[in-house]
Design a binder for this molecule. Structure first.
Ligand code: 6PG
Length: 243
């Protein structure tokens, strides 16, 4: 069956094993970084909660260089940061309300400004952190990008058929209409931003993702399948998703 999966997919027994494997790879990415400041783009939704809680938990918290890591968001929903659909709220809760994370190292997307303005501001935040006014293919912005997979094959907030898929210049794009619930406007990193990475880790778990995985493996042109990286892309799947 593995032949029907993305070529270098790793199938793990369950969601907890996916989270543990992702934690090891993320920590290894931090150890491999030659930058004083390490940049990690966080995925939203529910799948990565386990990973984030692991990283801030007793078995891993001492292995993450929290003083060097800066956490960015691959996307967020245009809702208040304390809203149940906010990725900021999800990350803060999973990171135990930032007990380990220096507040200045969590770079939220300013969704309260509205999707268009938030996209402009966040792109500036990324480039200011990067220290240049454009990305250099030889120097990726992110040491690691975490991504999920939606049942429709979306990733971040890059939904099938939506204009953000065609953005080849801007690093961050507004998404006025989400393709899946929650149907609120979003802000998302674009393919050029995701590509500026040393490592992309897709975390996929649960039976509900099986169909999207099969469509990807069959070569269907879905947003998640269009992600590239200047470094490596790894798919971490649990058995339920990969069956
Ligand atoms: C978001 C995510 C999105 C997510 C997928 C999978 O903000 O919703 O960035 O791309 O990764 O929709 O979500 P689940 O992990 O909740 O299934």
């Amino acid at each position: 069956m593995t032949a029907a999966l993305p070529p270098d997919a790793v199938v793990l027994p369950d969601a907890d094993a996916v989270a543990h494997e992702a934690a090891e790879r993320l920590i290894a990415a931090c150890e491999a970084s030659r930058s004083e400041r390490i940049a990690i783009a966080l995925s939203g939704g529910s799948t990565p909660k386990r990973l984030y809680a692991l990283l801030a938990g007793p078995d891993h918290v001492g292995r993450v260089p929290w003083d060097r890591v800066h956490w960015f968001f691959g996307d967020d929903r245009a809702v208040p940061w304390d809203h149940a659909d906010s990725n900021v709220r999800m990350v803060r809760e999973a990171f135990h309300h930032g007990t380990a994370v220096p507040a200045a190292h969590l770079h939220f997307i300013p969704t309260d400004a509205g999707p268009e303005a938030a996209a402009e501001t966040y792109a500036r935040t990324l480039l200011e952190f990067y220290g240049a006014d454009r990305l250099d293919p030889a120097r990726p912005l992110f040491d690691c990008v975490l991504l999920g997979l939606g049942e429709d094959g979306h990733t971040a907030s890059l939904f099938p058929g939506k204009p953000a898929l065609s953005e080849t210049a801007r690093l961050v794009a507004p998404v006025p209409e989400a393709g899946l619930a929650p149907f609120v406007p979003r802000v998302t990193l674009t393919y050029p931003a995701l590509a500026s990475s040393a490592l992309v880790l897709f975390l996929v778990s649960g039976e509900s993702k099986r169909a999207a995985l099969r469509r990807l493996a069959a070569g269907e042109d879905l947003p998640a399948g269009r992600v590239t990286s200047q470094g490596r892309i790894a798919w971490l799947l649990d058995a339920a998703a990969a069956a």
